[in-house]
Design a protein around this ligand. Structure first.
Ligand SMILES: C[S@@+](CC[C@H](N)C(=O)[O-])C[C@H]1O[C@@H](n2cnc3c(N)ncnc32)[C@H](O)[C@@H]1O
Ligand code: SF4
Length: 370
């Protein structure tokens, strides 16, 4: 085993819960940040042998990683293995000049959760930050010297109109970020959010394709590369694609640390249980005092499953997917049919979706898989 070159760390703390959010989060509990960071560092020690000697990426996601107390966050960033690209997710309202300075000396990339620049839609999403907070956070990070900032946007929000989306894209572009992620809102059935906005979510679902096309047309017209279904980067001499996520889309192994974190290493995937109490109970002791791995669910991945995932994720990218070893996962006749229909291009042992195919996305990939 050569070891995973990508490391994810989950920091679950949030100041309040946004109605649409389905991530593993814990509200408040400021007193537990330090203990949690120590537990994560112990999990790292237990799993260190799974990592390659040199890491390509470290990604701190949440939750709200930037809500973690400054001393604990600095300790974590200073203790994690060195990597070629370190990214942290930041909520706009947490970005003070001090935090920006702390990050500037320790990370390469900051991903700011803007979601929308409409105060009305921010309220629908239960967001704490206002549009001015997003702009202020962005400039504070820039002023501190961070030269790789990504903005997250969400579309299909209840009450959103096409003009709102156009404004969101214009506001995001005005900040000249290196990278933009634009996600279709996913609302889980059975949640309070879905109950509260049911009819409106249905109306939005009908507009999703149009929104998606608008996003792609606007971002590419502004000179951004549409390198993944929901991701865009500025085209410069340096490659501004999100390297951590790219690793996942390319089917590489990654180790995940923290409550609820997922790891995929060779033929095994595991997910730490989502309970903070159980995570800290397992790892709250020092290693000499018998810290143990947190409760987890393990899944064995057959070669077929990994190949299918490789096709599903790989076709989200604008780069050709090399087919060597993957041919058995594909339905030959569908491949020919989709090629004739102008949705798929293949040749030289590689496969890509055409622009039209990428707009249809998952539907085309599902037909391709045998
Ligand atoms: C791990 S999340 C949270 C990061 C950060 N706490 C925040 O709220 O900005 C990262 C990104 O996923 C996206 N996201 C979260 N929940 C989503 C949902 N239900 N549907 C679509 N996108 C979502 C948001 O754009 C968010 O910025
Ligand atoms: S701040 Fe982000 S992670 Fe926390 S509840 Fe809101 S969307 Fe979820």
């Amino acid at each position: 085993m050569t070891g995973a070159r990508h490391l994810y760390v989950h920091l679950p703390f949030c100041s309040s819960r946004c109605g649409y959010c389905d991530f593993v989060t814990v509200v408040g509990r400021a007193g537990e940040h330090g203990g949690y960071v120590e537990a994560v560092l112990r999990e790292l020690e237990l799993e260190r042998a799974l990592l390659a000697p040199k890491l390509e990426t470290v990604y701190l996601g949440g939750g709200t990683p930037t809500l973690t107390g400054a001393a604990s966050l600095a300790r974590l960033l200073d203790t994690l293995p060195v990597a070629e690209e370190v990214t942290i997710e930041a909520n706009p309202e947490t970005v003070t000049p001090e935090l920006a300075a702390l990050l500037a000396s320790r990370v390469d990339r900051v991903s700011v959760g803007a979601q929308t620049f409409s105060p009305r839609l921010l309220q629908t999403l239960d967001r704490v930050a206002q549009p001015d907070d997003v702009r202020r956070a962005f400039y504070r990070l820039r002023d501190a010297g961070i030269d790789n900032i990504s903005l997250d946007l969400i579309y299909g929000i209840p009450g959103q109109e096409p003009a709102d989306l156009a404004r969101d894209l214009a506001e995001a572009l005005a900040l000249e970020p290196e990278h933009v992620s634009a996600y279709e809102l996913e609302a889980k059935p059975g949640t309070r959010f879905t109950h509260a906005h049911g009819a409106e979510l249905e109306r939005q679902a009908e507009s999703m394709e149009t929104y998606f096309e608008r996003v792609v047309e606007t971002m590419t017209a502004a000179g951004y590369r549409w390198y993944e279904t929901a991701n865009f980067c500025r085209v410069e001499q340096r490659d501004l694609r999100a390297r951590h996520n790219l690793g996942v889309w390319l089917g590489r192994d990654y180790l995940g640390l923290g409550v609820g974190a997922v790891s995929t290493i060779e033929s095994r995937r595991w997910r730490n249980a989502p309970s903070l109490a159980r995570y800290i109970a397992a790892l709250g002791q020092s290693l000499e005092d018998d810290a143990v791995r947190p409760p987890r669910e393990y899944e064995e991945l057959s070669a077929e499953v990994r190949d299918t995932e490789r096709v599903m994720l790989g076709l989200r990218l604008d780069e050709p997917l090399p087919l060597s070893g993957l041919a058995a996962s594909l339905d030959e006749r569908e491949l020919e049919r989709l090629t004739r229909g102008g949705l798929v291009a293949h040749g030289d042992g590689c496969l890509t979706l055409t622009k039209r195919g990428r707009f249809l996305g998952g539907g085309v990939t599902a037909r391709l898989l045998a």
